[in-house]
Design a protein around this ligand. Structure first.
Ligand code: CAA
Length: 396
């Protein structure tokens, strides 16, 4: 019998503040219904200068490693998926390795392909364990991003920020991934990209929606050919905004032969529980699918133990993968103890003026920043450059 491999533990991190989308709609003269019902977005996390993707990644990973059952000395692989790296050369994984005190005999690097980097990390970690290269060790996969579009652009209401840390191991306590039977899809398209000198993404919004759906169609059809038969109890899709998951579900269920009405009727049961946490933070690029997985497990692990869940990951440009996992027995009790939504519980609602001031500060070069801002005790913060190199500290 093959030993199950997959997600053993999850932890999240988010910036301390968020923008309510009804406030943004009012400021932009847009009916709130367009953002809240039309796009399916409620809140988007807004990152301050000290809450950069390294600090967010370290906060998620340090929360994960605070679980007393996890032995950090057994981590042999650390992969960070990110679309918003802070250096063209040095990976976030290198800072993470130092900030978390990971073992020196470990491989640590970043994986990049728009929003797909986290999934690249997860599937690589699973293969690393399945191949025997892990020699009994575990892998840390972290997805960390700050999604930025230009102010007043159509993409503005679909920003967000956050990080997800996943421990990947044999006999996982949360979700065993069906290795070797995923459906892949790739092609070269210009739907979303970010030139090296820009913090804000460029996007052809409507084309990006179509590319996402085409990629889902391709990956899902391929998955259906190669995966073991059996129904999916739930589906988690990449969530740039809530409505996209609704469109995705309709598209996938059409391939299964359902009418649009039947697909829409199944949405509340099969998809909606995975959208609760994404609706709190907005788009987290590489992390969005795993916020959805955390949301689903938090809401429904008790009824899903032993059942199968489908996962769809999309990276613009583009590449995509559809794969499945089975919720582990005992996952509900573990999730209850993890208190997954805790990092979202005491955030501040920024005014539009505060949000725009934060974004104006974003246009300053990194060397303009000094200090740890309002980082809470135990949280990591970007504190500025020293001799041109980025420095971080853990607030006391
Ligand atoms: N009340 C209720 N609904 C309303 C409304 C109102 N007053 N006004 C409009 N709507 C509805 C529209 O009918 C539409 O619904 P449908 O999609 O179901 O038809 C919805 O609100 C959005 O309206 P528009 O399509 O007119 O919105 P837009 O063109 O201004 O922008 C967007 C939408 C293209 C997604 C834009 O937000 C964008 O460019 N976002 C960034 C790109 C993105 O997220 N792409 C997703 C796929 S790519 C990907 O997934 C990778 C990634 O993470 C970036």
């Amino acid at each position: 019998m093959t030993i199950p491999i997959g997600i053993d533990c999850i932890a999240l991190a988010a910036p301390q503040g968020y923008l309510d989308l009804t406030d943004l709609a009012e400021a932009r003269g847009v009916p709130p219904g367009k953002y809240v019902e039309g796009l399916g977005v409620r809140r988007m996390a807004v990152a301050q200068p000290w809450e950069d993707p390294v600090a967010l990644a370290a906060n998620a990973a340090s929360r994960l490693l605070s679980d007393p059952s996890i032995d950090r000395a057994r981590i042999g692989l650390c992969i960070v998926g990110t679309e918003t790296a802070v250096d063209h050369s040095k990976p976030i994984a290198a800072w993470l390795h130092g900030l978390l005190g990971l073992p020196q005999p470990a491989r640590a690097y970043d994986a990049r392909h728009a929003c797909f980097g986290g999934t690249a990390g997860l599937l690589t970690a699973i293969d690393w364990i399945a191949s025997g290269s892990a020699r009994g060790r575990t892998a840390l996969v972290v997805c960390s991003d700050i999604a930025r579009y230009e102010l007043r652009s159509p993409g503005e209401p679909t920003q967000g920020a956050g990080a997800v840390a996943l421990l990947i191991s044999e006999r996982p306590r949360l979700l065993a991934i069906e290795a070797g039977t995923s459906g892949s899809y790739s092609r070269n398209v210009d739907d979303f990209w970010r030139p090296l000198d820009r913090k804000e993404a460029l996007v052809d919004g409507q084309l990006s929606v179509q590319c996402y759906l085409d990629a889902l169609g391709g990956a899902y059809s391929e998955w259906k050919k190669v995966a073991p038969a059996g129904a999916l109890a739930r589906r988690c899709y990449h969530v740039p905004y809530g409505k996209m998951a609704r469109k995705a579900h309709r598209h996938a269920r059409r391939i299964d032969g359902l009418t649009d009405q039947e697909a829409d009727d199944s949405f509340a049961a099969e998809v909606a529980p995975s959208l609760l946490l994404p609706a709190e933070v907005g788009n987290v690029y590489t992390g969005s699918l795993y916020f959805a997985v955390a949301s689903l497990l938090r809401a429904e692990a008790a009824v899903l133990e032993g059942q199968r869940v489908g996962l769809f990951s999309y990276g613009s440009g583009c590449t995509a993968e559809f794969f499945a996992g089975r919720v582990a027995e005992g996952a509900a009790a573990l999730c209850a103890g993890l208190d997954l939504a805790q990092p979202l519980s005491s955030r501040r609602r920024y005014s539009i003026a505060e949000y725009e001031a934060i974004r104006a500060a974003d246009t300053q070069p990194d060397h303009a920043w000094r200090g740890s801002g309002d980082a809470r005790p135990g949280e990591f913060a970007f504190v500025g450059l020293e001799a041109g190199a980025r420095r971080y500290l853990q607030a006391r």
